[in-house]
Design a protein around this ligand. Structure first.
Ligand code: BES
Ligand code: ZN
Length: 895
């Protein structure tokens, strides 16, 4: 378009999702000088802009900044003379800044210079302050967190992922502090108490990846085989705790270089632990920031689960250095290309570094979480429309991360690992230093594989939801039928291209096909090893394993769908579980599908309970961990629907867990596996919560020893949370001793993981008065605002109503403190979702009617949908005539 844009008025730019592109940035020279005592900063930016169409306007993003008077100018390379805008508008609600010039800016390069000022806020976004202690004194550090759209709070910029530019950053800071940015320092000038640091100019990158950290730190350092310098920065005196993450990072960089066939492109990588941090970690190019719990590992006080968390978070953020930083999503609609991929890739790294963790089995937890959320009518497609910056936060959810990662796994397993890797490497090469959309990736995969990837995958990324595949066996065929699975029990009308895999009584006999239509039949002649003998399908498979026949669909659970078997097939699978013929992933899948079908009232709770009984000798970590989370939910539902069965239900669940609990005991065994260490912790927590007296008493005994000696071998980190949870079972309003001891440990420890363990156990007390105490404690200055969400996670059923009242009473404060970030959604989902009646849903809706804002609207709808689904499930439990008998039989059965 050669026409001048000058006639337009400012109005034109309001309410638009994206900035106009008649002028785009190429390079930023950014100067920042924070005042860590006053919590303010001053800055100056010179942006080299490419004017593509002649215009009188420059339109960019800015929020919460003040432009210094007379500091704005534009100098076109063409005219080589400086001009000033005749008008400056800030459109607050859209966070855009409009400069209007009297002259038309000519096509070509120019430099826009702006001087500005701002505050270091305490909301953990933009340019913010975090507080730490040094020699007993509280100090401020300055940190940035720009994703998704808060670079504009630090400097005026084109704050969209597609507006890549290079960044030349200069900082003026107190000379005794460490100051870090994306690139290494190339020049340092000390002038008395201040120093000026110039950083090397960065390659092309998006604004959301720019970062700065200024504070006091120690570090540990190592190098990759390529000579990339990797450092982990921690609080002074804690650098030992950075060694594990450092080792993982160095190995992971080498691994990704091979996998993506492209080296890490920057000269250094710093990873920093930040005491106040909203997300878990952030992949800023060359300067990755973390919560302390996601980076630090303490040999004596971190649990196996903490170790795994550190390794996977590091692997995730480093995956972004390729997937996200080098190749960036074109717009937030494609956020899943960042997050889904980083999540999936992190498992590649963890599996390679720690094969004994069986991390691909654990991956099923990601898939399950994705399936759970995506079974709601209020879910959204992976590729989601984003019409305003304030809608972006909410899509950092299980759909982008977990459904995203799961459909990638499904595709990889369909195309084969080699072809998949080659395609990814090609995709990275083709789009390096640029941006890509979802269809760009499909095109490369299609090119390499010759498969209709675009067609298959669009069905998974452009529509929300997923199918349940019903399978029936007939004399001469297997019948498959797909329909959309919704946890409300209704069926939606989606249609997917479903990669079906089938296994016939043995992992050696497999078959796969793509289910493209509503229903399809598989003839017996298509059956592996089939002959024309006239046997029916199940008999054929029967011959192969010499026992009862079985057929498992979705082998290894690599597909993102549910399977509903007919009665005959269900019986075969139950046999296969008990006869230990199924892999752990398939055992997991059968149970999880059955649980989901039960929640959706497509199957009775009594049939679920009797299926669970088939897992009484289960020892696998992931399967048991899934059984445990089912236990919690079942107990909650039965408490509301059939309280007379509550004790027996608990007894049955205790029976189910005792087999592994007795094998594991309380004490660490020499050379035991990482998975057993994690399992022990989870099983003991569950037994404590289910009220298993022996476990609770033993926990209290060990906790008492721990109070005397924090290093007692009686309570190593893996079992500590179990002890805390058990102690909270013994606490009530008139005996708060255990609670007070826990608060003391909370205050004394300087390890974040220990604090989180305690926070996560406090609210699981049965006395609602104590729960209220805990909730109020969460709002005190003793708990960092980043950590409150951990306290909300464990609220007991008895505390449910108290928590809801508390939320309403404190909503104004909560909304003010957490409302500008995504943490607020956790208050809503943790407190609302556990309810289970339609009346409650109405009451909650009424409360929020006048308080809704874009950042919580989707979460609230999803939580209310969950409440209504729970209500439906409860009605179905009430009608389940067999449940009483099944539960009683199992509760008193002696194994
Ligand atoms: N890019 C995200 C961080 C982020 C999240 C920024 C939400 C803005 C909003 C980062 O890569 C990430 O995904 N972090 C995860 C940890 C990861 C291991 C799943 C997180 O913060 O939970
Ligand atoms: Zn991520």
């Amino acid at each position: 378009m050669a026409m001048e844009q000058g006639q337009q008025s400012v109005e034109q730019f309001k309410g638009q999702a994206r900035l106009p592109k008649f002028a785009v940035p190429r390079r930023y020279e950014l100067f920042l000088k924070p005042d860590l005592l006053a919590c303010t900063f001053i800055g100056a930016v010179q942006i080299t802009v490419d004017v593509i169409d002649p215009t009188r306007f420059l339109v960019l993003n800015s929020a919460e900044l003040t432009m210094r008077d007379g500091s704005v100018s534009f100098k076109s390379h063409y005219f080589n003379q400086e001009i000033r805008p005749s008008e400056v508008f800030l459109v607050e609600e859209d966070q855009i800044l409009v400069f209007k010039f009297d002259e038309v800016l000519p096509v070509g390069a120019g430099v826009l210079a702006i001087g500005f000022e701002g505050t270091l806020n305490d909301r953990m976004k933009g340019f913010y302050k975090s507080v730490y202690e040094h020699n007993g004194e509280k100090k401020n550090m300055a940190v940035t967190q720009f994703e998704p759209a808060d670079a504009r709070q630090c400097f005026p910029c084109w704050d969209e992922p597609a507006c890549k530019a290079s960044f030349k950053i200069t900082l003026e800071v107190p000379s005794e502090l460490v100051a870090l940015s994306n690139m290494p320092v190339i020049d340092e000038k000390v002038d008395g108490s201040l120093k000026t640091l110039s950083f090397l100019e960065s390659p092309l990158m998006s604004t959301y990846l720019v970062a700065v950290v200024i504070g006091l730190f120690d570090y540990v350092e190592a190098s990759t085989t390529d000579g990339v310098k990797v450092r982990v920065y921690c609080q002074v005196g804690k650098s030992n705790q950075g060694k594990f993450a450092l080792d993982v990072a160095v190995k992971t960089l080498d691994l990704y270089k091979k996998y993506f066939d492209e080296p890490y492109p920057l000269p250094k990588l710093d990873m920093v632990a930040i005491p106040d941090f909203a997300a878990g970690a952030m992949e800023n190019y060359g300067l990755v920031t973390y919560r302390e719990t996601a980076l630090l590992y303490d040999e004596r006080h971190s649990a196996a689960a903490n170790k795994q968390r550190v390794a996977t978070v590091v692997a995730h953020e480093l995956a972004h250095q390729w997937f996200g930083n080098l190749v960036t999503m074109e717009w937030w609609t494609h956020l899943w290309l960042n997050e889904g991929f980083a999540t999936w890739v992190s498992y590649l790294s963890a599996d390679s570094l720690f094969p004994e963790w069986k991390i691909w089995t654990q991956f099923l937890d990601e898939t399950t979480a994705g399936l759970r959320l995506d079974a709601l009518a209020e879910s959204h497609p992976i590729e989601v429309d984003i019409n305003h910056a304030n809608e972006i936060d909410e899509i950092f959810d299980s759909i982008s991360y977990r459904k995203g990662a799961s459909v990638i796994r499904m595709l990889q397993s369909y195309l084969g690992a080699d072809c998949f890797q080659k395609s990814l490497a090609l995709y990275i090469k083709r789009f390096a230093w640029a941006n890509a959309k979802t269809e760009d990736l499909w095109a490369v995969l299609e090119e390499e594989s010759g498969e209709p990837v675009q067609l298959i995958m669009s069905s998974w990324t452009k529509q929300k939801g997923y199918p349940v595949v019903s399978v029936k066996v007939n004399d001469d065929c297997l019948e498959f039928e797909q329909s959309q699975f919704l946890s409300s029990g209704l069926s939606g009308d989606g249609l997917w291209m479903v990669p079906i895999t089938i296994c016939f009584s043995s992992y050696d006999a497999q078959k796969k096909f793509l289910l493209k239509t509503k229903s399809e039949k598989l003839d017996k002649l298509d059956f592996p090893g089939s002959s024309d003998t006239g046997y029916n399908l199940l008999e054929q498979s029967n011959q192969r394993n010499g026992g009862q026949p079985w057929i498992k669909i979705n082998v290894d659970q690599t597909g993102f769908y549910r399977v509903k078997y007919d009665d005959q097939l269900t019986a075969g699978l139950r046999y296969a579980i008990e006869a230990k013929q199924l892999s752990e992933t398939d055992r997991y899948g059968i149970l999880d599908d059955s649980f989901a079908l039960c929640m959706a009232c497509k199957q009775t709770t009594s049939s679920l309970v009797s299926l669970m009984a088939a897992y009484r000798e289960e020892l696998n970590y992931t399967v048991l961990s899934q059984i445990i989370s089912m236990c919690y939910k079942l107990v909650d539902m039965i408490a509301d629907a059939a309280p007379e069965l509550l004790n027996e239900t608990k007894q049955f669940l205790i029976n189910l867990l005792l087999f592994s609990a007795e094998k594991l005991g309380w004490d660490l065994k020499d050379g035991e596996s990482h998975l057993d260490a994690m399992l022990r912790g989870e099983i003991l927590i569950a037994l404590a919560e289910l009220g298993h007296e022996i476990t609770i008493n033993e926990a209290v005994r060990r906790f008492t020893a721990f109070l005397d000696d924090r290093n007692t071998p009686l309570l190593p980190p893996d079992t500590r949370k179990a002890a805390y949870v058990a102690v909270m079972q013994t606490v009530n309003a008139s005996n708060k001793l255990g609670y007070e001891s826990l608060l003391r440990v909370y205050q004394e420890t300087d390890l974040s993981q220990e604090k989180v363990r305690i926070l996560g156990s406090l609210a699981c007390c049965h006395d609602s008065a104590v729960v209220l105490d805990v909730l109020n404690f969460l709002l005190t200055s003793k708990v960092r605002s980043q950590d409150v969400v951990h306290g909300l996670a464990g609220i007991s059923r008895e505390g449910r109503e108290t928590a809801w009242i508390w939320l309403q009473e404190n909503w104004d404060h909560i909304s003010k403190t957490w409302g500008s970030g995504f943490l607020i959604t956790r208050f809503v989902s943790s407190i609302v979702s556990p309810f289970s009646s339609d009346e409650k849903a109405k009451e909650i809706e009424a409360f929020f009617a006048s308080r809704i804002k874009p950042s919580i609207s989707r979460t609230l709808k999803q939580s209310l949908e969950r409440v209504r689904n729970n209500a439906r499930w409860i009605q179905s439990i009430k009608k389940d005539k067999d449940l009483g008998e099944v539960v009683r039989e199992l509760a008193y059965r002696k194994y």
